[in-house]
Design a protein around this ligand. Structure first.
Ligand code: AMP
Length: 372
């Protein structure tokens, strides 16, 4: 193998922080990433060339990807048409079918149900009359969500009682909605898994996620009190989805833990915020394994190295010296300008055991200045 043959180029649709961390994971592997992003100065610019253009602009996408033999994406909002068009000249992983399913909450739920995976009872809702009928069937509390385009809690309203239906309809009413019964969960988890081109599947330990106002704040991995049975349930569920979609790359499924077992909320066909801890906290990070998978290279071990927690930096930075003085703390700056509610970076703490992780996490949180 010559030096040049040992290297690879990957085109990435989207150049945000996920693209930046994919690119950074590629550097030691000899993988050069190139990006398409609508915003000038996107975070990925630090790790590879970013072509500025819209993600639905197929000519711009072709120019940005150049002659990269493999193309992937770091945002599930990428139009499936762009992925399909690029597939004429390159291998696109995950395939456009993963975008089709994950961009529509209804299609996503139907996919889970087809595979025998529990989801919240739900109804399509596109007029006020249909919503009223759905509410009579499902009862309150419920959550009304837009089928497409919602993220970080946007595009959804809680309907805590019939009295607030008017306000909910006022806020997001219109076509293409889905009403979900409120799941009585004990905690929120996510499972991140990777499937290689040869169909091999590996799963990282389950992650416990803490949200506020619909935005992920803290992830803990492995999830506290993780049993073999719970991990096996998650592994099995992830493997079913990966195989069903003939998926290549990293996939994340957000889950509710309930007394009756795991309930799937949604999937992201990409590396995920709840998996950032894997950079320092796992034998192989989600970013490295995503690259390995899409390039057809052997997958790395997904085991945890001790215990980790990840804290998102939202809107405002904590005191750097204070955070870095905490043992096991790792600082990640996405080099984005500060804006209220914006994810600017994250901090991971690693520790040999759960008790030490909790102490270190508490020491980091003292400095948090989250404004979101
Ligand atoms: P989502 O955009 O679907 O990930 O929802 C954002 C957050 O809202 C989730 O992480 C949950 O905390 C909450 N949530 C969403 N759907 C439900 C549901 N059906 N039942 C209870 N909580 C939910």
């Amino acid at each position: 193998m010559t030096r040049l043959e040992s290297r690879a180029t990957v085109g990435v649709l989207g150049g945000g922080q996920l693209g930046r961390m994919l690119g950074a994971a590629g550097l030691p592997l000899g993988v050069a990433c190139r990006f398409l992003d609508p915003a000038p100065g996107a975070p990925a610019a630090a790790v590879g060339p970013v072509h500025v253009g819209a993600l639905d602009d197929i000519l711009a996408a072709r120019r940005a990807m150049g002659d990269a033999p493999v193309v992937t994406y770091e945002w599930e909002g990428v139009p499936a048409a762009t992925a399909t068009a690029l597939a004429a000249d390159a291998l696109v992983f995950p395939g456009a079918n993963a975008l089709d399913v994950s961009q529509d909450r209804l299609a996503e739920k139907q996919c889970f149900e087809r595979l025998g995976i529990e989801v919240a009872p739900h109804r399509e809702s596109d007029t006020r009359a249909v919503l009223d009928a759905a509410l009579r069937e499902l009862g309150t509390p419920a959550i009304l969500k837009t089928r497409r385009g919602g993220y970080d809690g946007k595009g959804q309203v809680r309907i805590t009682s019939p009295a607030v239906v008017d306000a909910a309809w006022e806020a997001i009413g219109g076509p293409d909605l889905i009403l979900e019964q409120f799941v009585d969960f004990t905690r929120e988890l996510s499972v991140i898994a990777v499937r290689g081109r040869d169909g091999e599947i590996r799963t990282w330990p389950l992650i416990e996620n803490h949200h506020r106002d619909g935005i992920l704040r803290v992830s803990i991995a492995p999830a506290p009190h993780l049993t073999r049975e719970l991990q096996a349930e998650a592994d099995d569920l992830a493997a079913k989805v990966l195989s069903e979609l003939d998926y290549v790359g990293v996939l994340t499924i957000e889950l509710f833990a309930t007394a009756q077992g795991l309930v799937a909320n949604e999937m992201a066909p990409r590396v995920h915020n709840s998996g950032h801890w894997t950079i320092e906290g796992a034998t192989t990070s989600q970013f490295e394994n995503h690259l390995r998978a899409i390039l057809g290279w052997p997958l790395g071990e997904c085991g945890a190295r001790g215990s980790s927690a990840m804290v998102n930096v939202i809107g405002a930075w904590p005191d750097r010296a204070g955070v870095l003085a905490v043992a096991g703390a790792h600082w990640h700056d996405y080099e984005k300008s500060s804006r209220r509610g914006r994810k600017l970076g994250h901090i991971t703490v690693t520790a040999p055991d759960d008790a030490t992780r909790d102490e270190r996490l508490a020491a980091v949180l003292v400095h948090s200045r989250d404004d979101g």
